[in-house]
Design a protein around this ligand. Sequence first.
Ligand SMILES: Cc1cc2nc3c(=O)[nH]c(=O)nc-3n(C[C@H](O)[C@H](O)[C@H](O)COP(=O)(O)O)c2cc1C
Length: 196
Amino acid sequence: MSDRILIFYGSYRSDRQGIKLANYLVDAFAARGASPELIDAKAVGLPMLDRMYREYEPGTAPEALEALAQKIIAADAFVFVTGEYNWGVQPGLKNLTDHFLPEWFWRPAAIASYSAGRLAGVRAASAWHPTLAEMGMVVISSTLSVGGIGGAFDAQGAPQGDSGTALTRAFPRFADDLAWWTEAARAQRARLKPPY
Ligand SMILES: Cc1cc2nc3c(=O)[nH]c(=O)nc-3n(C[C@H](O)[C@H](O)[C@H](O)COP(=O)(O)O)c2cc1C
């Protein structure tokens, strides 16, 4: 079965750069035979959190929230593409993830960080790790970190330069790691009903 991987990205900025990394990951996972889908928080357009999905009576959640919930429930794995704002997470992506809780459970998650500078958003990645674990995901240890995001891709979206080359080199191990945990979690869910 082809792994259904949701790739989340959450910058709302007009001149956002991380979308290039998110699009690269969609293409790279598809090239491996997976079934990735980009979830662009800005395009989904959830409001600032009022009610979580689970707080709505069945069938009464707003359309965008319902559609996203069904995608999360059906997914095999998640990738969080995160930029870094003031050493922390981007609010658009955090707001989206906070709308859900049990819908995330019992699947693996991977973090791909980036930033304009050389530290490649690793402080945001560090912040996301316990957050995703708290939300019931198994966070894999492999990460991607792309520094100099502004120049890491050419106009067609292909990786370029030192950052782009490092990304291309690191991607296979990252994807292998996620695929291993995806298969392990799928097998375990089939073998034993999750306890809650
Ligand atoms: C509000 C704000 C805060 C930022 N804080 C950091 C930071 O703490 N560390 C860093 O490396 N880059 C920081 N940057 C630069 C970002 O890495 C860069 O703008 C990046 O392109 C942001 O992602 P986006 O283009 O997908 O929105 C910040 C940018 C903004 C707009």
